[in-house]
Design a protein around this ligand. Structure first.
Ligand SMILES: [Zn+2]
Length: 438
């Protein structure tokens, strides 16, 4: 997003800053009640006098934006309580780290984080050659800048869904890393807008850390997304964070540098995961897949990995987030995702069915019956067979992909004709040495 003038930018900054101030005040009120009570349900947080705060801020923000900020904070608290419940529930393995209550937008040292949320009826978007966004602002702000009507902003970039039925609540923030204003607009699209599967083929995924995703389809295709380098960098950053934390003065829990590293780590992972979902689903769609099975990551972790690796991998994968992303992207292609939690198949020999005689060394699964194959690909194959109840015959050599910070591209080890790349200079040619992570 780009403001059209300096005054427009100042007005926008004031709006975002006031929204953050409101968020922080609401959050502070709730946090005090939460800490006071210390109990399990913490119903007290809902007693915070948000009506008074809405009244205080509606002049600057407009009533609807003030309400949306408060609502977003309520959602954050509800999410926190849900996570806390899941954390204490032994049968639910989706939350493994003790959840923290919602945080503040910004801090004392660095100031408030510029961010707001705008109700679906309080903004309009016009898509075209010069796309623009108009948002509602409060009367006090309008007076301050001698502005009339809504605030107009220029949009750069194209919408993912050019035709939508309904627009949702808009998120608008200042991205300090790139010194730019950004907005995110959720939309509802009709069923016709989505793709429909071309056939009724199936596919199954095996998820891990060395190989992020191993996939087999009933059409006989196999894909392998290599994760060693990404996982390695995630671990390095995690170590660096721990090192910096150990050097903090007593009573301090974080620093600007530590927060930056966390941010960097998360962004890098999210970027790679998002691109992986997109790349994989495009391929599956082209293969005519209509159903995708994924196994619960927890099973493989519990059985085969050490506690320490488990925790790190959980953190790295953010498995729940990844499956949600996968489900959302699959929806665009009309592909159904089924998450299956069942006894894990990764050590089962596809030739003789033995589970206790097989050995896994790095990526290779071997069995005394003579079988030898790629452990993760074999696992996805066995998993797929179990669900389709028919023999799966991989037709070609598996396609391997590597992450180069922008795209998942075919690895030199793929032994297949290379795909066209936009910028071949960015491919990493090293880092393929097995690190024995498993
Ligand atoms: Zn065997």
């Amino acid at each position: 997003m780009r403001p059209l003038s300096d005054t427009g930018e100042q007005l926008l900054r004031d709006l975002l800053d006031a929204s953050a101030a409101l968020w922080n005040e609401v959050n502070y009120e709730r946090l005090m009640r939460y800490n006071d009570e210390g109990g399990y349900e913490n119903e007290d947080v809902w007693d915070a006098d948000t009506g008074r705060l809405e009244g205080k801020y509606k002049g600057v923000l407009g009533a609807s934006t003030a309400q949306q900020v408060i609502r977003k904070n309520s959602e954050a608290w509800r999410g926190f309580f849900e996570n806390k419940k899941a954390y204490h529930d032994d049968s639910d393995t989706s939350v493994t780290e003790y959840p923290e209550p919602p945080g503040f937008w910004g801090n004392k040292d660095e100031g408030r984080k510029l961010h707001t949320v705008i109700r679906n009826t309080s903004y309009t978007v016009e898509w075209g050659e010069r796309s623009r966004l108009e948002i509602l602002v409060g009367s006090e702000l309008k007076d301050r800048y001698d502005h009339t009507g809504r605030l107009r902003l220029e949009i750069t970039g194209d919408p993912n869904w050019p035709e939508y039925e309904k627009q949702g609540r808009l998120d608008l923030w200042y991205d300090e890393t790139d010194s730019t204003f950004r907005a995110s607009q959720p939309v509802t699209v009709s069923d016709e807008t989505r793709d429909t599967p071309l056939a009724d083929e199936k596919a199954a995924l095996d998820i891990g850390a060395n190989n992020l995703v191993a996939c087999t389809t009933t059409t006989g295709e196999q894909y392998l997304y290599e994760g060693r380098e990404l996982f390695q960098r995630f671990r390095d950053t995690t170590r660096e964070i721990a090192r910096l934390q150990s050097k903090l003065e007593e009573g301090r829990y974080s620093s600007k540098r530590i927060r930056r590293l966390y941010q960097k780590r998360t962004r890098r992972r999210d970027h790679a995961q998002e691109a992986l979902c997109r790349d994989l689903l495009e391929r599956l769609y082209a293969e005519g897949v209509d159903t995708l099975y994924i196994g619960g990551l927890t099973d493989v972790l519990d059985t085969h990995w050490s506690v320490e690796t488990n925790a790190k991998t959980h953190n790295f994968w953010a498995f729940k987030q990844f499956t949600e992303r996968l489900v959302c992207t699959a929806e665009e292609y009309g592909i159904t995702v089924e998450v299956q939690s069942e006894a894990w198949t990764s050590q089962e020999c596809p030739q003789c069915g033995s589970t206790d005689r097989t050995t896994r060394h790095q990526d290779t699964l071997t069995c005394p019956c003579g079988f030898e194959g790629h452990a993760d690909l074999t696992a996805s194959e066995t998993f797929l067979e179990r669900h389709t109840e028919e023999a799966v015959r991989p037709m070609a050599r598996p396609v391997r992909f590597e992450w180069d910070d922008h795209d998942w591209s075919e690895s030199p080890r793929s032994h297949r004709p290379k795909e066209q790349r936009t910028d071949p200079s960015t491919v990493h040619r090293d880092g393929n040495v097995a690190s024995g992570e498993s």
